[in-house]
Design a protein around this ligand. Structure first.
Ligand code: ADP
Length: 489
């Protein structure tokens, strides 16, 4: 894995995890480095101690070598001071006296077939190095070896240079091996355990350090168009997080000001537009009544004026729902009453087209369920769905209005027999000023604000509104189906 891939990978994880990994990496690296150095130092010191003890033993052994009157060498293992402690068991020591030609003159111990090497030792002794050590790991031929390796000391036992006779002692390194193995085992378990503890501690600490940031993220997520007046809480500590919160608060304030001034502008402009339109409409109506000018022209004027007035009313309503829940007069109410009233109003436009509206309530328990909402706005929402259904379905068709009531929520469905909605437009139709793409729809009255207002009203009521098509949209008259779901009180 290249350095770049590692960097890319770490960029994808959270800051707290990245800090933890970095800490574990640095701390782990130093810990492992330090452990290796101390381990080396420790094993070197142990070996030194071992060699010194072996040298003392070898000196004691040289003192017990005797030369009998016949000229033969005798090697009697020395009677050692029993208070002396050696890091090897003396019973297993292999001792021999060798001539510099290589021949063994005397030996004590169970050597079996084991060959103690001596050539390099002779060279070194000749160069004045005395004693000479070596570690023997190949123990072929030794019956019952005590350890994996033996330490061999070679010292000269005469004063000739190079020496004529030398003493070689090999002892098992059991104790040294055990001590080093124990130490290694402690490190092998200790290091990962320490790193795990350090990693957990680092994660905990970095989480604590980043907690205020998580708090800011959570709170920022909650702030939206409807509660732009809220601000992020400032942490006590005068640190970078506080500066971040202050900066974000300043940004929210700028957004709020821009938003308020835009809303105020729409509300003011709508008010200003509405009064001349009302006057104009009154005058046209009067002109029609009095038979002035051509009635056809005036009727088209009137239609346009009505459309403009509706647009302005919708804009005003949009400005109101955009202002957020603070401006609403929420109260407990029965949704079926609102729907009945909306149906009564919609009948005016349904009747001339021969459209029927059927209404059913499905409630298994029979208990009446209340919701919390503003009656005018909910009425507007339902009426908009009904009027769309009338507008987009063929004359003489039936619009099904169903209210399903459950203990914790209720759902209104308005289904028509119109052309339905192309699947790719199902969500887009709730956007402001979005109108169906087909030419036919472009010529129908409307500005594409109705469903945008309906969705905003649903949002203010913590409710959902969505559209779907009846089972098979390819069928003629498959129809659109709108759902509005709200929680009960
Ligand atoms: P308007 O009706 O003024 O165009 P809306 O916001 O009420 O605006 O609706 C947006 C679009 O959604 C419409 O232009 C139309 O394409 C589509 N639409 C809404 N209701 C229906 C329906 N019942 N059947 C088919 N299409 C619909």
């Amino acid at each position: 894995m290249s350095f770049k891939t590692i960097r890319d990978l770490t960029k994808r994880v959270s800051i707290r995890l990245r800090l933890t990994l970095l800490f574990v990496l640095i701390f782990g690296g130093s810990l492992i480095g330090f452990s290796i150095v101390t381990f080396e130092f420790f094993s070197h010191a142990l070996e030194q101690e071992f060699d010194d003890a072996l040298y003392n033993y070898a000196v004691d052994v040289t003192e017990s070598i005797t030369l009998d009157p016949s000229g033969d060498l005798a090697l009697v293992p020395p009677q050692l001071d029993r208070y002396k402690i050696y890091p090897f068991s003396l019973g297993t020591a292999l001792i021999l006296i060798r001539h510099r030609a290589g021949g063994i003159l005397e030996q004590v111990g169970e050597f079996g077939e084991l060959e103690i090497p001596y050539r390099r030792e002779i060279e070194r002794l000749a160069q004045g190095e005395d004693p000479v050590y070596r570690t023997l790991t190949r123990l072929d031929g030794l019956p019952l070896p005590e350890a994996d390796s033996y330490r061999v000391i070679t010292i000269s036992i005469d004063n000739a240079t190079p020496p004529i006779l030398m003493l070689q002692i090999a002892v098992p390194m059991t104790l040294l091996e055990n001590q080093l193995a124990n130490r290694k085992l402690a490190l092998e378990f200790g290091i990962p355990f320490t790193l795990l503890l350090a990693g957990l501690a680092a994660y905990f600490l970095s989480s604590r350090a980043l907690n205020p940031v998580s708090g800011l993220i959570r709170k920022s997520r909650e702030i939206g168009v409807s509660n732009l007046s809220e601000r992020l809480p400032l942490p006590q500590a005068r640190d970078e997080v506080r500066t971040l919160a202050e900066t974000l608060n300043q940004m929210i304030e700028r957004l709020e000001n821009a938003f308020l001034s835009q809303e105020r502008f729409i509300a003011d402009a709508s008010h200003q537009l509405l009064s001349p339109l009302t006057i104009l409409k009154g005058e046209i109506e009067q002109a029609i009544r009095q038979g002035h000018a051509k009635e056809i022209e005036l009727k088209s004027f009137l239609q346009e004026t009505d459309r403009l007035a509706k647009l302005v009313q919708d804009l005003l309503l949009l400005a109101r729902v955009d202002a957020g829940p603070e401006t609403l007069g929420m109260a407990p109410l029965e949704l079926e009453d609102v729907i009945l009233e909306a149906i009564a109003r919609a009948e005016k436009s349904a009747r001339p087209r021969g459209t029927r509206i059927s209404f059913n309530i499905l409630n298994e328990s029979g208990e009446s369920r209340q919701v919390r909402g503003e009656e005018d706005l909910l009425m507007h929402l339902v009426l908009n769905l009904l009027e769309n259904a009338i507008k987009y379905s063929p004359d003489g068709s039936t619009i099904q209005v169903i209210l399903n009531q459950w203990p914790e929520r209720q759902e209104l469905t308005v289904a028509d027999e119109g052309p339905g909605i192309p699947p790719e437009e199902l969500d887009k139709i709730f956007a402001r000023f979005y109108r169906g793409r087909s030419k036919k729809e472009q010529t129908r009255p409307g500005y594409g604000l109705g469903l945008a207002i309906a969705r905003q009203i649903a949002k203010l009521h913590d409710a959902r509104i969505w559209a779907e098509n009846l089972a098979n949209p390819a069928d003629q008259g498959a129809g659109a189906r709108f759902h509005f779901e709200i929680k009960n009180l």
